[in-house]
Design a protein around this ligand. Structure first.
Ligand SMILES: [Zn+2]
Length: 97
């Protein structure tokens, strides 16, 4: 379900005409499943400000993905349960600590 987003956005910039559009309901990872040292894509919660992971970066940051396009992610924060919409430019790429 989430893999096509990564595949569609690969290579730094979106290819013309193949934008990521629409609203995608995604599920945040349980913080207990996030492994320190691993890389993830996620968001900073708009309500509580805490960061959470949504996608694994299986490349360990060797091939960063740029999320672009007019699509939005809808995801519930695993910390405070706030269900919010996030734009592609709000995606955070981070290494868990
Ligand atoms: Zn929150």
């Amino acid at each position: 379900m989430t893999k096509f987003v990564l595949a569609a956005c690969k290579g730094g910039n979106m290819a013309q005409g193949s934008g990521f559009q629409g609203t995608y309901k995604v599920t945040a990872k349980n913080p207990a499943e996030v492994k320190p040292g691993d890389w993830y894509y996620g968001f900073d919660c708009l309500v509580c400000g805490r960061r959470f992971a949504v996608f694994d970066d299986t490349t360990s940051a060797t091939k960063p993905v740029t999320f672009a396009g007019g699509g939005v992610f809808r995801v519930a924060c695993p910390h405070c349960s706030a269900d919010r919409m996030y734009q592609t430019d709000q995606v955070q790429h981070f290494q868990a600590t």
